[in-house]
Design a protein around this ligand. Structure first.
Ligand SMILES: C[S@@+](CC[C@H](N)C(=O)[O-])C[C@H]1O[C@@H](n2cnc3c(N)ncnc32)[C@H](O)[C@@H]1O
Length: 361
């Protein structure tokens, strides 16, 4: 079958009422074309050979008009794309973004130009939205505890592309809650992206800085943070975030740790729990991961925080799904002091980053 015949046959088979069609020349952004065979063939003749058909559920079917063959997911295949609402006909700055419209998702770098979201970004989006809901009691408590009418202050540490920040800010904005949100990230190119995206969305309460968490200046918040976040901050960057929150007396801290390399290295020569740990790297790493988070919880508890450690989303979305949630206690809890706790940990031959960072507190 010739390419054009194959293209027409596939379009006949796939086009259905309610579908949208997009066409793009290689390397260019897609533009919407009429979802009928004639319009799509005309776009292909004009060089826009990469065709996408998007159904009402947001499922995408990609066809390459150069050979007429289906390239991507077929109808009903949810693996390659995820459902997103139909794009509203408004600019990103004015779009009703709390509904997570596709223009908003595109503006923050999670959505594709044709209104779909890749499978990987769909996972990120699900994690982010879920985390924003878990944060709700903390932001509501912070708002209730304010002594003056001022914006909520949020620090997102190791923010990366700041998807969490954007989705959170958007959710707060939709509820009429003023927010100052400052993101700290060590990679300047990501900070630049975040700044451009915040500007494009007119999210004026958002700011970003290139810095290591350890040297972070949170003065753009206009006061101490109400909420400190660190989602998947690499290795000991999570400890830097916890230490910053403790030093700033932040009322609430949410961290989802990422990799846990530091304690595994220390444990190699010190596996008092079982010599078998030294022989099996996988077990040593699992043990070090759990121990690292257990020590973080213990240190936070001694530093005046009520802590719980929960799985925040099922492991199919991300294996790094352990959330350490801490709220500053209003009255001291009985138990060991921070100094005693750090001394006990050192007595076990362990020197975790968080103990070093909080040693002088
Ligand atoms: C795995 S990404 C997570 C990004 C974002 N929080 C998210 O969940 O999408 C970790 C980010 O932390 C940044 N990072 C690592 N160590 C850091 C540090 N000490 N200070 C600031 N940023 C750091 C990296 O550049 C990277 O962008």
């Amino acid at each position: 079958m010739k390419p054009r015949q194959r293209l027409v046959a596939n379009l006949k088979r796939l086009l259905a009422p309610g579908m949208r069609a997009y066409a793009a020349a290689p390397g260019e952004s897609p533009v919407e074309v009429e979802a009928n065979i004639m319009a799509i063939c005309a776009a292909a003749d004009a060089g826009k050979v990469k065709i996408s058909l998007v159904n009402a559920e947001g499922e995408r079917i990609a066809i390459d008009a150069r050979h007429g063959a289906i390239k991507g997911a077929v109808k009903g295949d949810r693996r390659a794309t995820a459902a997103v609402p139909t794009p509203p006909a408004a600019s990103p700055a004015r779009a009703p973004t709390a509904a997570l419209g596709s223009l908003f998702l595109r503006a923050i770098g999670l959505g594709n130009a044709d209104g779909t979201v890749s499978a990987q970004n769909a996972k990120k989006l699900k994690q982010t939205r879920h985390l924003v809901e878990l944060l709700r009691p903390a932001w509501e408590a912070a708002l209730a505890a304010r002594h003056e009418d001022r914006p909520l202050r949020v620090a997102d540490l190791a923010c990366g592309n700041a998807y969490l920040s954007f989705v959170l800010y958007d959710a707060l904005r939709a509820e009429g809650i003023a927010c100052r949100l400052h993101g700290i990230e060590s990679r300047p190119e990501l900070v630049k992206n975040c700044e451009e995206r915040a500007r494009a969305l007119s999210f004026e309460g958002m700011s970003f800085a290139t810095a290591s968490i350890r040297d972070a200046d949170l003065s753009p918040l206009g006061g101490p943070p109400d909420l400190v976040l660190a989602l998947h901050a690499c290795d000991t960057a999570t400890d830097e975030a916890i230490a910053l929150a403790v030093r700033a007396h932040a009322p609430a801290l949410f961290v989802v740790p990422c990799c846990h390399a530091e304690l595994a290295r220390q444990l190699k020569g010190n596996t008092a729990a079982s010599p078998a740990l030294s022989r099996h790297g996988l077990l040593l790493n699992d043990y070090a991961t759990t121990l690292t988070d257990a020590l973080r919880a213990e240190i936070l508890d001694a530093a005046g925080y009520a802590v719980d450690v929960v799985e925040f989303i099922d492991a199919g979305h991300t294996p790094k799904n352990r959330l350490v949630r801490a709220h500053r206690r209003t009255s001291p809890a009985p138990g060991r002091s921070l100094a005693c706790t750090l001394a006990r940990i050192a007595g076990d031959g362990l020197n975790p980053a968080l103990a070093r960072f909080l040693g002088g507190v």
